[in-house]
Design a protein around this ligand. Structure first.
Ligand code: NAP
Length: 215
């Protein structure tokens, strides 16, 4: 849990919460967080590896501890990046509203919260727990890969959650051509993942024998 942010004394903060499964974290996530930090003037980006995501009951996901450790290894060199155990420390399903509430109350005065995650996940937000409160508490940064249809994004948003339009910013990240699925598949096939994820993460995957068998 992040209660004291490194180097922060006082004054109001802009905090980015980088939500994702991070199985594994890769260069696309890191470029995304750094771009969001600069564009939105964020003091910190807190990576929050998801605990047991409510929508992934039937999907095999690496143990939370593996995903937490890989994320920690990946952000070591950036003083503005922090990793939180808030979601993985819970044994039950974790909901973004609880995470955002937690970080909103973690500083005095309350920080401005920016929740950063994939655009496809954000399009489902109207199905998330207490989403109306979530829209009040946070601004959203919806991250897309090259080739993603922005028109379709706005159409879907308009249809399902029109009140969200004011609170969502789209961020296209060319480096997100890399995906966690792509990395897992390459490991399963015995292909190199060098330069797709930071070297310590690559070593960790090798040492712990992650993704050897198709998940
Ligand atoms: P996902 O379905 O695994 O990912 C959807 C797409 O977004 C994938 O292409 C993924 O690429 C990309 N993505 C995920 N996180 C990203 C990030 N931080 N930056 C850039 N791209 C990202 O989504 P998820 O990881 O399970 O969920 C995303 C977030 O939404 C999590 O924090 C989760 O807890 C939250 N969520 C909350 C609720 C709820 O509160 N009810 C429900 C669903 C999701 P990669 O595979 O390459 O990352």
């Amino acid at each position: 849990m992040v209660s004291h942010l490194p180097g922060h004394r006082n004054g109001s903060l802009n905090i980015g919460l980088m939500g994702g499964t991070f199985d594994p974290i890769h260069m696309g996530h890191l470029v995304t967080a750094e771009e969001a930090r600069q564009q939105f003037d964020l003091n910190y980006v807190i990576f929050v590896p998801a605990g047991i995501p409510p929508h992934k009951n039937n999907v095999t996901i690496s143990l939370p501890e593996h995903r937490y450790l890989m994320t920690t290894l990946a952000v070591m060199s950036n003083p503005a990046f922090v990793v939180s155990r808030f979601e993985i420390a819970q044994n039950e399903h974790t909901y973004t509203i609880d995470t955002v509430r937690h970080f909103a109350k973690s500083q005095n005065p309350e920080p401005n919260i920016y929740f950063i995650t994939g655009a496809d996940a954000i399009l489902e937000i109207f199905t998330w727990k207490d989403y109306e409160e979530l829209l009040r508490l946070s601004t959203f940064i919806a991250v897309t890969r090259p080739g993603y249809s922005l028109e379709l994004f706005y159409e879907t948003l308009e249809r399902n959650c029109p009140q969200m339009k004011q609170k969502v910013h789209l961020l296209e990240i060319p480096a997100l051509a890399v995906s966690s699925t792509f990395i897992r598949e390459r490991v399963t096939l015995g292909k190199t993942i060098k330069y797709l994820t930071p070297e310590p993460v690559e070593q960790y995957i090798k040492k712990m024998e992650l993704y050897r068998v198709k998940g």
